[in-house]
Design a protein around this ligand. Structure first.
Ligand SMILES: [Zn+2]
Ligand SMILES: [Zn+2]
Length: 164
């Protein structure tokens, strides 16, 4: 198992947690008929072990540092868009950074809470907001292509440690 040099999320702080996430990812990708390639797997692993959303260039650096060669920015962008299509990864529009989905097995609209102090992000999966937005849009005969809901502020840890 590749280990990237990041502070690790507590829910995936051991190899078995990570292996489980990877196994789920592989199952999802197979169900879409696009098996997870090795480099996609490493990218997903890198994001799982990151303590904050990562830009494509940070991902590229991380992959290169872990020994991957022959990877270029366009390779990373292509890979990220496939991972997004499979629902494994979300993109934060306001920061152009990527993070792993917390509930990849079920397609959903998500809401992200972004901390302006430490840069961490948390995903909320709550259908109520999407339902309300969809209803309002439908009333205006507006056809939604994509929903982006990002809340910027200060996370609980930064509030507790007085960083704000
Ligand atoms: Zn998600
Ligand atoms: Zn914070």
């Amino acid at each position: 198992m590749v280990r990237f040099v990041h502070q690790v999320d507590s829910s995936i702080s051991n190899d078995s947690g990570l292996s489980q996430k990877i196994a789920t990812a592989e199952r999802i990708c197979r169900s879409y008929n696009r098996p997870l390639s090795r480099i996609q797997r490493d990218t997903y692993l890198f994001l799982l072990q990151a303590n904050a959303p990562q830009t494509a260039y940070q991902i590229l650096d991380g992959l290169r540092q872990s020994g991957a060669s022959g990877i270029y920015p366009q390779t990373v962008y292509r890979m990220l868009s496939t991972l997004q299509e499979s629902g494994l990864v979300h993109k934060l529009e306001s920061t152009n950074a990527f993070l792993p989905c917390v509930k990849p097995a079920r397609p959903h609209e998500s809401i992200h809470l972004l901390c302006e102090i430490c840069g961490c992000a948390e995903e909320l999966v709550d259908g109520r907001v999407s339902d309300a937005l969809l209803r309002d849009a439908q009333q205006r005969c507006f056809k939604i292509h994509r929903q982006v809901v990002e809340l910027r502020g200060v996370c609980a840890v930064c509030i507790r440690t007085g960083a704000n």
